[in-house]
Write a protein that binds this ligand. Structure first.
Ligand SMILES: [Zn+2]
Length: 373
């Protein structure tokens, strides 16, 4: 019996050294696409939708003078549509022309329309770019999203609207999942008078959480725009805020903003309740090409209700990558699932993203594995 034990030990050792060749690959989650089981709800969380100028330009049709971003989502939308609900962070305003990229974003409404066509029904709007175009930018973003039928939360026309729509409730059969959204700040731009942008403010958050508990929710998810840009690990500030929210009854924290993927931790608290923190999902759409910024994670959650008890099943993630290439002298962009490599792909860059991210997450994640089917 001693020999096989030794072999196993050796395999584990070699695995830690070189994870991409690891024999113990992340476990695939079975039957993730089965969304029709009664009392099951599936959610997919998507990172930052950025509107850098080169990305906007590449989807402009000069002859027709129109924008259409559907091609950007073509490869990824089947995966998004496998969940009951898809939620992404809209890190730009829909403030109209002139369309601008960094540092003050305003993108054409067609970008949000294509998000919707791709299956993203809900967008968060509280982030450091909420105030990029002042009061008009906030109002126009909200009104345009309403017009095209995309649910949104995080910024509000006024206090009354905040009261009504601060908590988003996602329902399926008997399950009700609540969502709240906050940002650490607005890049030093003042929040215009009259409108509301949800800032990370523990007093207000505590009130919102308490109010949400009166709505008969099964679970509460808080989406936070937080953390330090380009840092691969969460800060102490993120961890402290996470502890605060869990102490007050939050079940899941989904983070965005650092432009890179940060670890995901699925743990049970002392009462045996499942708690999930995804510190940062990374970039979903962007023109950033530095290592670790050219892709992101989609995190898939499934909640199951049995005998009036709702549980979060072990969550998993998909890796996505922004495929940027030149065709007929023009830049083209497409978000691709990392498991299916496409033509025109810079294989070297994609492989670096996949192998470095897998290595890092295999080391730092707690009970959150890549979904491989
Ligand atoms: Zn941000």
């Amino acid at each position: 019996m001693r020999w096989p034990f030794f072999v196993l030990f050796f395999l584990i050792l070699s695995c830690n050294k070189n994870n991409e060749n690891c024999l113990f690959r992340p476990k695939p989650i079975v039957s993730i696409n089965n969304k029709d089981i009664s009392d099951t709800i599936s959610l997919v969380f998507i990172g930052d939708v950025m509107g850098h100028r080169p990305v906007l330009n590449s989807f402009y049709n000069k002859e027709q003078k129109t924008y259409n971003f559907d091609y950007l989502f073509e490869e990824i939308s089947p995966l998004i549509k496998k969940s009951d609900y898809a939620i992404a962070n809209l890190e730009l305003t829909l403030a109209g022309r002139p369309f601008t990229g960094y540092p003050r974003f305003s993108a054409p409404i067609e970008l949000a329309k294509s998000c919707k066509n791709a299956g993203i029904q809900i967008l968060t709007t509280a982030n450091n770019h909420s105030c990029d175009r002042g009061k008009k930018g906030i109002l126009k973003t909200i009104n345009k999203l309403d017009k095209i039928g995309v649910r949104h939360f995080g910024t509000y026309l006024d206090k009354e609207a905040r009261k009504k729509s601060n908590l988003v409730i996602l329902k399926k059969k008997t399950i009700k999942i609540g969502l709240l959204n906050y940002t650490y700040g607005t890049n030093g731009l003042p929040i215009p008078e009259g409108v509301c942008v949800n800032l990370i403010d523990t007093t207000q958050m505590k009130l919102d959480i308490e109010k949400s508990k009166t709505k008969g929710l099964d679970k509460l998810v808080v989406l936070l725009h937080w953390g330090n840009e380009y840092q691969l690990k969460p800060s102490k500030k993120q961890r402290d805020l996470g502890d605060f929210l869990y102490k007050h009854g939050v079940d899941v924290i989904i983070g965005s903003h650092p432009h890179v993927i940060q670890p995901m931790e699925f743990k049970k608290n002392k009462d045996g309740l499942e708690k999930l923190t995804v510190f940062s999902l990374g970039n979903f759409i962007s023109n950033q090409r530095k290592p670790n910024t050219d892709g992101g994670a989609l995190v898939k959650l499934r909640f199951v209700k049995k005998n009036n008890l709702t549980k979060l099943l072990p969550p998993g993630y998909f890796l996505t990558w922004v495929n940027k290439f030149v065709e007929k002298g023009r830049n083209k962009y497409q978000i691709i699932p990392c498991l299916s490599q496409k033509p025109n792909t810079s294989i070297k860059k994609l492989n670096y993203f996949i192998s470095s991210t897998r290595k890092r997450l295999a080391k730092n994640n707690i009970e959150v594995n890549e979904i491989l089917d």
